[in-house]
Write a protein that binds this ligand. Structure first.
Ligand code: G6P
Length: 366
């Protein structure tokens, strides 16, 4: 029945809708309320080894890379370990310095992406420690890594990744929680995250109920030739993933930028024909992001705000709202309206949603 569309017009819509259930599966049995930590049975590293990790590097391609960027910020925030993400395709070609105290995380929905597999093999050849975060059990990357976290998102058919990406980010929150709790993260903070994670599937369900509003916004903006996606810090990988989705399935040119860099170049492009999607989390950077919205509007640029803050409806040309979670987990919820936006823009334009031109679900060649 996984390959049966049911009531959905296509697989992307089906897979977007499956996210609450998929999120419940990736969390299932992995949260420990008593010790305020995560259990990841597939990662066979002793607490002593976990404490010895000096850096975490996420490697993946496409959406898996953007998810990795969300993972890097979760690890930095919760475990206070330096962390970064790099496209696996770049990593394998630049003769990377392999550091024995780094934990490398290979991220892949299919587990078959050749660039990611080659990066894993190169790392292992040079003594690197790699764990896989993979959806497809028994896949090449899962086998090559030998340990890691399975995503349990169920089969994903649509080329544009939705439920697998959401589960990647949730898995990274679990990993960050585990790393944090053998280091400096307090039990109180751990508990705060455990309960927010348990709550997440219901919050995702809530976001999905706003689909009619997103659809109306998509109709309003489907005529755009170009779009900006802007975010700061936690919002930056959200913006990148949002731009990626729109490009992939609607063929509208979308560019993601750090909101903080707007004044250093891209502001010159703002006019009434260049809409911007601004990620506006209700966090410590709220005022900064609000002024980004104002700067764009002052130059006649249309703005779509994606937010969990109590903003007035006339703050922007469109406001897409998501419920609050804990700030570290905001990216999970803020990403979902962007999936729906790309989806409904593509639908409006009559695109082949599940099979965008020139793309493959998994790229197993050079
Ligand atoms: C292809 C797909 C992307 C996907 C990427 C990584 O390029 O078109 O949607 O994000 O591969 O796939 P993986 O299976 O490794 O997550």
């Amino acid at each position: 029945q996984d390959y049966d569309l049911g009531d959905h017009p296509d697989f992307m819509h089906k897979e977007i809708s499956e996210q609450p259930a998929a999120a419940r599966r990736v969390l299932g049995g992995r949260l420990d309320d008593r010790f305020a930590t995560a259990h990841l049975g597939g990662i066979r590293l002793e607490p002593r080894e976990l404490r010895g990790i000096r850096r975490v590097t996420f490697l993946g391609c496409g959406s898996a890379y953007y998810a990795g960027q969300m993972g890097a910020s979760l690890v930095e925030e919760l475990a206070r370990i330096p962390a970064d993400a790099e496209p696996a395709s770049e990593f394998r070609y630049r003769n990377p310095v392999v550091d024995p105290d780094t934990l490398y995380v290979a991220v892949s929905q299919s587990g078959e992406t050749l660039d990611t597999l080659m990066a894993v093999q190169e790392l292992q050849r040079k003594g690197g420690r790699v764990v896989g975060v993979v959806n497809a059990v028994g896949s090449a990357i899962a086998r090559q890594c030998g340990q890691g976290i399975f995503l349990h998102a169920g089969p994903e058919v649509s080329v544009a990744s939705t439920k697998a990406l959401t589960n990647m980010t949730i898995s990274f929150a679990l990993l960050a929680l585990l790393l944090g709790r053998v280091r400096d993260l307090s039990a109180a903070d751990g508990r705060r995250l455990v309960s927010a994670l348990l709550d997440l599937p219901d919050r995702i369900e809530e976001v999905l109920r706003s689909e009619p509003e997103v659809q109306a916004v998509a109709k309003q903006f489907a005529g755009a030739r170009h779009m900006f996606f802007l975010g700061r810090v936690r919002g930056w990988p959200v913006a990148r993933e949002g731009a990626q989705k729109l490009k992939e399935i609607s063929y509208i040119h979308a560019e993601a930028y750090q909101a903080s860099e707007l004044k250093h170049g891209p502001l010159a492009l703002i006019d009434s024909s260049m809409p911007s999607v601004v990620i506006l989390p209700d966090d410590e950077l709220y005022a900064k992001n609000l002024s980004t919205v104002e700067q764009i509007r002052a130059r006649g640029g249309p703005v779509i705000v994606v937010t969990n803050a109590d903003v007035p409806g006339d703050l922007a040309d469109a406001v897409l709202r998501v419920p609050r979670s804990e700030p570290e987990l905001d990216p999970v919820l803020l990403t979902i309206p962007l999936q729906l936006l790309a989806y409904h823009v593509a639908l409006e334009l009559g695109r082949d949603i599940d099979k965008p031109r020139n793309l493959a679900k998994s790229v197993t060649v050079e």
